[in-house]
Design a protein around this ligand. Structure first.
Ligand SMILES: NC(=O)c1ccc[n+]([C@@H]2O[C@H](COP(=O)([O-])OP(=O)(O)OC[C@H]3O[C@@H](n4cnc5c(N)ncnc54)[C@H](OP(=O)(O)O)[C@@H]3O)[C@@H](O)[C@H]2O)c1
Length: 273
């Protein structure tokens, strides 16, 4: 795999860091990008460069420096992401935009920069991090869920368009995993003490935090992505989740909406410690 160059975004923390390190352990040559890499942070086995996927100059500099170091990428992994927990009604537009800028426009902007390099090579692979929330909605993740649905739709279109150039697209759809940093899970300014959503928000976000704290092992996800990237062909979707989250996706598609929403609604109103 030493001749396979991977560029990965959002690699300073959580699943991006675990994936970057797993790829390096598996012999890929990894160039890792994140804003924290401009402040001295490192990812083991990777060449780390500063990268802000919401800033055109930063992305251009990353492409220049990564190309100079390792040459054009065989694989781009778009992992940078963030979450602002809030109620759909009261998200300030600035927060919705911030989440879309990072989770969706950031991926699209990196893809636009990398596609000409891959076309020139005549092959390439692009891995876009989505989420189970790219497939179904849960309360108080409206901004995030919208951004991940955008990633899903965009990636399906992209796959059809770039196949003739020998470029494959894979969506990674993780369920809850441990180690996502709380630093990237802000609460919306719209949730004030007198918000009509406050009680439901406190209950719901406690369930969300509990599920993530008890989520799957991020190292196993990294290893699974590395194994998949060694295969001759990529699946369109790599869903990496606990059985109950697989079942939730199936029920979402099978059950009448009202029944599914009743089940999900009561799940996020339960009391957890
Ligand atoms: N953890 C989970 O359970 C879970 C579940 C489903 C999907 N996901 C997806 O997996 C990915 C990683 O999430 P996570 O929770 O594991 O990680 P995380 O701990 O929340 O870390 C987020 C990463 O994104 C980077 N990032 C944020 N804004 C950025 C920007 N503007 N430019 C470049 N990098 C940026 C951060 O680095 P800097 O701050 O250093 O830039 C950090 O490395 C995300 O796409 C997320 O949606 C995670």
């Amino acid at each position: 795999m030493a001749d396979q160059v991977v560029w990965i975004t959002g690699a300073s923390s959580g699943l991006g860091l675990h994936t970057a390190q797993a790829l390096a352990r598996n012999g890929f040559q990894v160039v890792a990008g994140a804003r924290s890499f401009g402040k001295g942070k490192q990812a083991e086995g990777c060449h780390c460069l500063p990268l802000d996927v919401t800033d055109a100059d930063s992305m251009d500099a990353f492409v220049r420096e990564a190309s100079a170091f390792a040459g054009p990428p065989d694989i781009l992994v778009n992992c940078a992401g963030m979450l602002i927990l809030g109620a759909c009604e009261s998200y300030p537009l600035s927060e919705l935009r911030q989440v879309m800028e990072t989770n969706f426009f950031g991926q699209a902007a990196m893809i636009s920069r990398v596609m000409p390099l891959m076309r020139e090579k005549g092959h390439g692979r692009i891995v876009n991090f989505s989420s189970i929330n790219g497939l179904l909605g849960i309360p108080f993740e409206g901004a995030y869920t919208a951004s991940k649905h955008a990633v899903e739709g965009y990636s399906e279109c992209l796959a059809l368009e770039v196949k003739p150039f020998g470029i494959e697209i894979m969506l990674v759809e993780p369920g809850d995993h441990r180690s996502g940093s709380r630093a990237y899970r802000g609460h919306s300014k719209g949730i004030t003490d007198d918000s009509p959503y406050k009680t439901a928000f406190d209950l719901g976000t406690r369930v969300i935090a509990h599920d993530e704290d008890n989520g799957s092992d991020p190292d196993r996800l990294g290893e699974k992505i590395a194994r998949t990237l060694k295969k001759k062909h990529l699946p369109r979707r790599l869903r990496i989740a606990k059985p109950d989250q697989h079942v939730a996706v199936i029920l979402h598609d099978l059950l009448p909406n009202r029944l599914f929403e009743k089940i999900i609604g009561s799940y996020y109103r339960k009391n957890v410690r």
